[in-house]
Design a protein around this ligand. Structure first.
Ligand code: FES
Ligand code: FES
Length: 155
């Protein structure tokens, strides 16, 4: 089946098997390997991408064909003109990552959160990332990172 999507501002058209998951479409058909696959079964959140500008979706829970006609933002789309997105900068500054495996999903989930709520409270941040598992950081510095990014966006 044909799939037409815009990913990080670039239009792509590909023929895919109907059963192909969006996560594998992004990684294997488009070569954007920043989107990680951890559990393949909706639990870990490291495959999160943003659909149509503000909707965080676990890309292992969607078929590629369901994304037809939509806009997708992946972690590769955050940096602009060689400058890190405020969220990426904040994760760097606040040590919001260790191994980094969960980080693309954390970034994209947080990106969608800040689109809906520019000044989230700590409980709101924790609620937003509750579907994203991190086995390294204990979450504290991830929360701090999102808080710093929110402050940077406003300030
Ligand atoms: S790979 Fe999608 S939720 Fe784990
Ligand atoms: S930084 Fe290692 S899983 Fe989150």
């Amino acid at each position: 089946m044909k799939v037409s999507v815009t990913v990080n501002g670039t239009a792509y058209e590909r023929d895919v098997e109907p059963r192909m998951l969006l996560a594998y479409f992004i990684r294997e058909s488009l070569g954007l390997t920043g989107t990680h696959v951890g559990c393949d079964s909706w639990r870990c959140g490291c495959c999160v991408v943003v659909l149509d500008g503000d909707r965080a979706v676990k890309s292992c829970t969607m078929f590629a064909v369901q994304a037809d006609g939509h806009e997708i933002t992946t972690v590769e789309g955050l940096e602009q003109g060689g400058k890190l997105h405020p969220l990426q900068q904040a994760f760097w500054d606040c040590h919001g990552l260790q191994c980094g495996y969960c980080t693309p999903g954390m970034l994209m989930t947080s990106y969608a959160l800040l689109k809906h709520n520019a000044k989230p409270t700590e409980p709101e941040i924790r609620e937003a990332i509750s579907g994203n598992l991190c086995r390294c950081t204990g979450y504290q510095n991830i929360v701090k990172s999102v808080q710093q990014a929110a402050a940077a966006e406003v300030g």
